[in-house]
Design a protein around this ligand. Structure first.
Ligand code: ADP
Length: 402
């Protein structure tokens, strides 16, 4: 049996996983992948092979309030029976927030896991669950190295001015600054674009990760120069249930006039806002696009407007745009959203190919478009696996140049 790496992406309501053969990390082909969804309500475990065929499935009774550890145990049992633990060389974990400290993937020790808990208030939707999975894995498989892979790390290339918040300077010294997220996805997209279109990859590209969480990243030569998320993953675009950028005065007003407490405000901004809040119907783009309710239309229009507006800001950060890449659930699967965003961004020099877009082609701009527009499926798990492999089996040191 060859060596394998398990990638874990533990969120509040789901744990996504993938298993890669170490010898086949370049292709991104997975030995198996799947998720446990419905954590906290009705957990449902599904595993599939590389071609998407069902390998196993298990549904817990409704109302099973099982925590991550209780759910990881059967997942690991299944992985062991399929692979044999001796073939597993590392587990890579998505860790959403690495702060200013963690700019590279690294081996997770108890001390580091404790230190990473500092960032829980900055990423309350993700960080506690990421760390719960690490703790559970260290207990269940103590002999297997656990590697932390940070969503913030890709944005360490952003220059200092761009990371600043215009607050009294003592707060910057305490780490209150912009960080940026979705870095594992952007690392994948930058690498994939380099394979698909090297000339474009070395230019100025805006990548749009449009999932439940959504952000844009301005990349120059594959490096992040600006991004829409900031100190927390609340900033920037409107999202499934998160508000995105908002006038801080509105928050003060809500606190003062509606006597909202900080926890109430936090809950509203993270869970009750965005597409769900504006539509009053759903956070799911499929539901909203299928609805003829005017509030659904309003939510979708605002989502598109905000993407175009933020893309305009990133175009300024880049000094122009050569490429636009759509990715994640909405970016990959919602041609209507891509069309509406590109219509608003026509001024950048986008000539949109409506037929290619409707056919879900990979390039959706015309050959004479000044900006090439592409759709690229993201794969955060393979980036986690590659980073974990690099940490547990670093490349041999280079001979010094003579
Ligand atoms: P997550 O951030 O949870 O990983 P995803 O990247 O899976 O999210 O994206 C989820 C979003 O993608 C949801 O709003 C969902 O409605 C949307 N989506 C998925 N498939 C489609 C589709 N065919 N058409 C429109 N939206 C879609």
């Amino acid at each position: 049996m060859s060596q394998a790496i398990l990638s874990l992406n533990a969120g509040s309501s789901s744990i996504k996983f993938a298993i890669h053969d170490v010898a086949d990390l370049g292709s991104g082909r997975r030995l198996a992948h799947g998720q446990i969804e419905g954590i906290g309500s009705t957990p449902h475990f599904v595993a599939r092979d590389a071609d998407g065929a069902l390998l196993t499935e298990h549904r817990w009774p409704a109302g099973s309030r099982l925590a991550h550890e209780a759910l990881l145990t059967p997942l690991l049992g299944w992985i062991s029976s399929r692979l044999g633990t001796e073939s597993l060389v590392a587990v890579g974990h998505r860790i959403v927030h690495g702060g200013a400290t963690y700019a590279q993937p690294l081996l997770l020790t108890d001390a580091i896991v404790t230190d990473l808990a500092r960032f829980i208030p900055l990423a309350p939707l993700h960080q506690p669950h990421n760390l719960a999975a690490v703790r559970a894995m260290r207990k269940l498989w103590p002999g297997v190295p656990q590697v932390g892979c940070f969503d913030t790390a890709f944005h360490h290339s952003i220059e200092r001015t761009v990371t600043r918040l215009a607050l009294p300077r003592r707060y910057a010294a305490e780490g209150i600054r912009r960080y940026g997220f979705h870095g594992l996805s952007y690392a994948y997209l930058a690498g994939r674009l380099r394979e698909l279109e090297p000339a474009l990859a070395s230019g100025r590209v805006i990548a749009a990760h449009l999932g439940n969480g959504a952000s844009l990243c301005a990349m120059h030569d594959g490096h992040s120069v600006d991004t829409t998320m900031g100190f927390t993953a609340l900033d920037g675009l409107m999202m499934g249930t998160r508000c995105g950028s908002i006038d801080p005065g509105a928050l003060l007003y809500l606190q003062q006039q509606y006597a909202m407490s900080a926890p109430e405000l936090e809950h509203m901004l993270y869970h009750d806002s965005g597409l769900l809040g504006v539509s009053g119907i759903s956070n799911d783009m499929r539901t909203l696009l299928a609805s003829d309710d005017p509030h659904a239309r309003e939510a979708v229009d605002l989502f598109v407007f905000r993407i175009a507006r933020e893309a305009g800001a990133l175009a300024s950060s880049l000094g122009g745009v050569d490429g636009l890449v759509f990715s994640a659930g909405i970016g990959e699967h919602a041609p209507a959203i891509r069309a509406a965003v590109c219509a608003r961004l026509a001024w950048l020099g986008i000539r949109f190919d409506a037929a290619a877009n409707a056919a879900d082609a990979r390039v959706i701009s015309t050959p004479d478009s000044r900006v090439q527009v592409r759709v690229i499926g993201t794969d955060e798990e393979v980036i986690i696996a590659r980073q974990a492999r690099a940490v547990v089996s670093p490349a041999p040191p280079r001979e010094p140049l003579s």
